[in-house]
Write a protein that binds this ligand. Structure first.
Ligand SMILES: Nc1ncnc2c1ncn2[C@@H]1O[C@H](COP(=O)(O)OP(=O)(O)OP(=O)(O)O)[C@@H](O)[C@H]1O
Ligand SMILES: [Mg+2]
Length: 293
């Protein structure tokens, strides 16, 4: 089993390379360079956010279209067949599809409402639910069964929208790693002692070799040729953005992977506590976990 914790300086090496492309080193002093790095990092994160949003818009529109087709077809059936049982069946199907459409729009509106860049108490279970409404059909299409193991966890101190961006990136990566279908586990665990909550995304897909695992948080590192059949992926910015977001949250991101067995990402965030930020303890690492089996 191979582990990688994104808390070292490899990421910064990547950023310097990026900056060097844009600004001649000789004209910059270290402070200016640092400022430029931060500016470019910010733009990179914005780009990744827009790319995730773009992917979501396409997923959601597609989903909405499926629901509309269901409604239209059952309405046609109800018009064609005058008998009561058929009409009842058609109306129940229309009702169920309408309710699903409402859930989809609520999810999108939830994301829009979450646009704030402020830290707040975020309910992870709700966030997972809203995110999965948008991805559940896609998971079905690729024959991925999603299992939930959601513990009694307190809200976390987070920017909800950004954590949703992280979750989406992890879930889409997991789906893409299981080309022949498979299992996906989403787990939340509360550690009262460290006042932290773990959000775990575990797939049983391709897994990664050590050389690959070492590079996954670098910007533009991707093993994908380009967008897949569903129009997703391939920029190599997803995990880099995840790392930056979690770092800005004062959290941890950790990955374990075994080729042929799958991958497990753990995001550790601070539980929302009614204590002054200055009194918050430094979060320890995620600690040791057993090998993937
Ligand atoms: N769950 C996973 N299983 C196997 N490999 C993974 C998994 N998640 C990430 N990877 C590897 O890490 C690489 C980087 O992932 P990242 O999400 O940053 O970029 P990407 O998925 O290639 O493109 P995008 O920027 O569109 O997300 C992937 O190309 C893939 O090789
Ligand atoms: Mg990705």
């Amino acid at each position: 089993m191979i582990r990688s914790v994104a808390s070292d300086w490899r990421i910064c090496t990547g950023c310097n390379e990026l900056t060097n492309l844009a600004i001649p080193m000789t004209q910059q002093n270290p402070e200016q360079l640092q400022e430029q790095i931060e500016h470019l990092e910010q733009r990179l994160l914005e780009a990744q956010k827009n790319s995730s949003l773009g992917e979501l818009v396409s997923t959601t529109t597609h989903e909405f279209n499926n629901v509309l087709m269901t409604i239209i077809n059952y309405a046609k059936m109800g018009i064609r067949h005058k008998d009561e049982p058929t009409r009842d069946k058609a109306l129940s199907k229309i009702l169920a599809a309408g309710e699903r459409a409402a859930r989809i729009t609520n999810s999108v509106l939830g994301m829009a409402r979450n646009r704030s860049q402020d830290f707040a108490a975020v309910n992870l279970e709700e966030l997972i639910g809203e995110t999965m409404v948008l991805l559940e059909r896609e998971m079905q299409k690729y024959r991925i069964s999603v299992e939930y193991d959601l513990g009694e966890v307190p809200p976390v101190t987070a920017i909800g929208n950004q954590i949703q961006q992280v979750l989406l990136n992890l879930l889409i990566n997991a789906r893409q790693a299981m080309t022949e279908g498979g299992r996906l586990i989403i787990r939340t665990v509360h550690d009262a002692e460290t006042r932290s909550v773990d959000l775990v995304v575990r797939d049983f897909g391709s897994g990664m070799a050590p050389e690959q695992l070492q590079r996954i948080f670098e910007p533009y590192f991707s093993t994908k040729d380009g967008p897949d059949a569903s129009g997703k992926g391939g920029t190599g910015l997803g995990l880099h953005a995840c790392h930056k977001i979690i770092q800005a949250h004062g959290g941890k991101i950790r990955v374990e992977s075994t080729p042929g067995k799958g991958t497990c990402f753990t995001i550790r965030l601070r539980a929302a506590q009614p204590i002054a930020p200055a009194a918050m303890p430094e979060l320890p690492g995620v600690g040791q976990t057993s090998s993937l089996t």
